[in-house]
Design a protein around this ligand. Structure first.
Ligand code: UDP
Length: 325
């Protein structure tokens, strides 16, 4: 297969690229390296089955050419994560919405299957647990920038479903706190990246609020399994899937676990949300996916236990991340 991965130099994108090349696909990556990192794909640059274009998905002429060339598109390029959108709200909304419009416009022109990467942030601050894919979304005021991430990905999903209604083969995955090798403090999986770096460098682990908020941390190999199944199975067409572990972990417990696994002398330090993000930030206290639909339609669920995934991530951080700073 010939596959285009937008955002293929990013944390999740580059793992997807590894997997696709490993099984013999020919892969094109378009990534402008704003949040992606050339280090993530450097090992493939000499591979004849790998083609990298350092450019934006907003370059329509490029996307027209790329999408005509390939059989299928994995659209992962986006301003990812609440933090980036809070720092640069305008760029976040525009890249996510315009980029997705362009990808679907050309996928429709050449009739190519598209997998759209979306996010658990879609559900907002709903208190109905676990989150089922067709549940109502609950978002805060437009004065609070964090909701623009959810809003922009929501529009992306509307675009995807609109093309799906026209018959285009489309599916969507909603990632829940993916972590693993190549996590980047500035990007996705940031609490895991922050805590590991802090633990390895003897800094206090900055726990926001009381640390009782929880997340379902999903190891990247599981994230990729879910992505590929949703991108390929006929049963996935026209459908959004949660891709997340169902083991809930409080942030304070995550900090303690990382301290134990790194054998660190650091300690947790509680900091207020105001201190961490500035005023008017709203955190979501809990995020739990229902994996029923993925079990039924993809015959799959995440398998990696948090402790095992963290050991692998810590090992990678020791070898790569901390030494490069
Ligand atoms: N968090 C924290 N300390 C940090 C970074 C994040 O306590 O240094 C918290 C954050 O406030 C949130 C959770 O960890 O409650 C997960 O944050 P992350 O940015 O990793 O992802 P999110 O789920 O918020 O998108």
């Amino acid at each position: 297969m010939k596959i285009l991965v937008t955002g293929g130099a990013g944390y999740i994108g580059s793992h997807l690229v590894d997997r696709l090349l490993g099984r013999g696909d020919e892969v094109w990556v378009v990534d402008n390296l704003t949040t992606g990192n050339i280090r993530n794909i450097a090992g493939h640059l000499a591979n004849r089955a790998f083609h990298f274009v350092n450019d934006s998905i907003l370059n329509e002429e490029l996307m027209d050419r790329m999408i005509e060339t390939v059989d299928t598109v994995y659209h992962l390029a986006a301003t990812v994560g609440v933090k980036h959108v809070v720092v640069n709200p305008l760029a976040g909304v525009l890249t996510n919405v315009q980029g997705t419009e362009i990808v679907f416009k050309y996928a429709f022109k050449y009739w190519k299957r598209v997998l759209l990467a979306s996010t658990s942030e879609i559900y907002g601050k709903t208190t109905k647990f676990p989150f089922r894919e067709d549940d109502d979304r609950v978002l805060g005021s437009t004065r609070v920038h964090r909701w623009s991430y959810s809003t922009s990905k929501g529009i992306d999903e509307h675009i995807a479903f609109a093309y799906s209604d026209k018959g285009l083969p489309v599916s969507i995955v909603r990632y829940f706190n993916s972590y693993g090798p190549r996590i980047d403090e500035g990007g996705y999986g940031s609490v895991v990246a922050q805590f590991i770096r802090q633990a390895l460098t003897g800094q206090p682990l900055t726990v926001h609020g009381d640390g009782l908020q929880s997340r379902c941390f999903t190891f990247v190999s599981d994230t990729i399994d879910g992505t590929l199944l949703a991108g390929e199975r006929a049963t996935a067409l026209g459908t959004a899937f949660n891709v997340g572990a169902t083991e809930e972990t409080r942030i304070l417990d995550l900090a303690r676990l990382i301290l134990r696994l790194t054998d660190s002398k650091s300690e947790p330090r509680f900091i207020s949300y105001d201190e961490a993000f500035g005023k008017a930030f709203e955190d979501t206290s809990r995020r739990l996916p229902s994996m029923e639909r993925a079990r039924e339609l993809l015959e799959w669920q995440p398998a990696v236990k948090l402790e095992d995934g963290l050991r692998k991530t810590i090992e990678w951080c020791r070898e790569n991340y901390v030494q490069h700073r």
